[in-house]
Design a protein. Structure first.
Length: 464
């Protein structure tokens, strides 16, 4: 096992979910850690209390001349002054995913990949492993209230981590158990097309460690393409609602807005499950979790005992408040498939009189490439409100070719009601004038749209 004790690591962009988690892990292994970020946050204050030297702002003199390595987040631009200084000093520079791979290799890794559902499934796995007494190390892309945050350092053999396909970063992970939930078009600012995305996921599967196993959907068209390409190279198990899958769900029905079902393996009933997170997509996630846990040696009785105890993660159909007969949720969905799944789950769980979806598009490039799919994804909302697109990793060309008003017009053309309101105060004002008791408001997107939910809840509490 590689030793990090006594080595110095400097993080540029240390306040991110992934980088802050890695910093804690290195600190736990005896490393000396410092880092910088642009703005103060609770995350930075927690790291500082733990013993990390924190700097606000990026300045070249903050890079220790004797650092073993500099770790950078995906958001750090090439012209960053600390990055330039590290180059001048000849310090080894690691991308976040590369450093994650080094730490991950010290454990029996469980890596969760897929276009959708990575955070929920990773958190669910870590939760059951923790409840099973296995004490996993984990790094999740969202806060998990039941696990005390986004990351944790256990004393057991397993490390559960999300495996992100952007920039092919997941190829740095070589898990014992690799999970591919689904494969769809996304990150088309990086990938040429869907074919290239499937190629990347195939490479991820081929990177599973010797003697390991792939757990993947037996119903997703692109995961099936992946399996055909592997041609038996890697042991695998499939999951899905079809009886043709190795792990399947039978006798599904809704109970208080969440699903109950039999979990079956090869036709044999393993037991009865009732999950506590809404949405039919979470039945698939539960099956993936079950298959992975059994592969990790957790008895089915233990899995079934804890499967329904998982209550979800931050910003995934999260109930924020119910004030004056109005329900307010917040959700991270930012891809058409995710939007459809979340809106269906909301309908099944809450049965609102009028469903208001406040959606902030994430990236101009994603909006442009998937415009038609986005336009049709809001059919289950009664009214969709759209502010300007959240800018991240976009080119000037992308910003010229699409905007939120174009998306709103396409939503209307698809037969749904949609309104463009440029700024957040304007949205809160509109909601305060139009939403009635019995209605539900969900803020949706990967950017800062959650602020609208918070501001609207404050308005409701002051006026109801």
């Amino acid at each position: 096992m590689e030793s990090f004790c006594g080595r110095k690591f400097h993080f540029i962009g240390i306040g991110g979910i992934g980088t802050s988690g890695l910093a804690k892990m290195l600190l736990n292994q005896g490393a000396v850690v410092s880092g910088s970020d642009m703005t103060e946050s609770d995350t930075l204050r927690d790291l500082q209390k733990a013993g990390v030297q924190i700097y606000i702002g990026h300045r070249p003199e903050q890079v220790p001349a004797d650092a073993h390595a500099v770790v950078i987040s995906a958001a750090v631009p090439a012209g960053n002054p600390e990055l330039a200084r590290a180059g001048e000093l000849g310090i080894r520079i690691y991308k976040y995913a590369e450093m994650l791979g080094r730490l991950f290799s010290q454990y029996k890794g469980i890596a969760v990949a897929g276009t959708h559902g990575k955070s929920t499934t990773s958190a669910w796995l870590a939760y059951i492993l923790e409840k099973s007494g296995v004490s996993p190390t984990f790094l999740i892309g969202a806060a998990v209230p039941q696990l005390g945050g986004t990351s944790g350092i256990g004393n057991g053999p397993f490390f559960v981590a999300e495996a992100c396909e952007y920039d092919r970063s997941f190829l740095n992970l070589h898990p014992q158990i690799g999970i591919v939930l689904n494969i769809e078009q996304d990150h088309l600012d990086y990938y040429r097309d869907e074919e290239e995305i499937v190629d990347a996921f195939t490479d991820f599967a081929r990177g599973i460690s010797k003697g390991g196993i792939l757990v993947t959907s037996g119903q997703d068209k692109n995961t099936l393409r992946l399996l055909r390409r592997l041609n038996g190279e890697i042991q695998f198990q499939t999951f899905g609602r079809s009886e043709a899958c190795d792990f399947s769900a039978g006798r599904l029905h809704l109970n208080d807005g969440c699903y109950e079902f039999e979990i079956r393996k090869g036709g044999a009933v393993l037991g009865w499950a009732k999950i506590s997170v809404p949405g039919i997509h979470n039945v698939d996630n539960a099956l993936a979790v079950t298959a992975a846990c059994l592969s990790a040696g957790i008895p089915i009785e233990t899995v079934l005992a804890h499967l329904g105890g998982f209550s979800g993660i931050d910003r995934r159909l999260m109930l924020k408040a119910q004030v004056g007969g109005i329900t307010i949720l917040d959700d991270y969905a930012h891809h058409p498939t995710e939007i459809r799944a979340s809106l269906l789950a909301i309908r099944e769980r809450y049965h609102p009189e009028h469903l208001w979806c406040v959606f902030q598009p994430h990236q101009y490039s994603r909006t442009r490439f998937l415009l038609d799919d986005f336009a049709e994804s809001f059919n289950l909302a009664d009214t969709t409100i759209v502010p300007e697109i959240y800018f991240v990793r976009d080119t000037a060309e992308s910003r010229k070719r699409v905007n939120a008003e174009i998306l709103v017009e396409r939503i209307r053309q698809s037969g749904s009601e949609a309104v463009f309101i440029r700024d957040f105060p304007g949205i809160v004002s509109y909601l305060s004038e139009h939403v009635q008791p019995g209605d539900l408001v969900v803020t949706m997107g990967a950017g800062t749209i959650w602020k609208v939910a918070d501001e609207y809840i404050q308005w409701l509490r002051e006026h109801c």
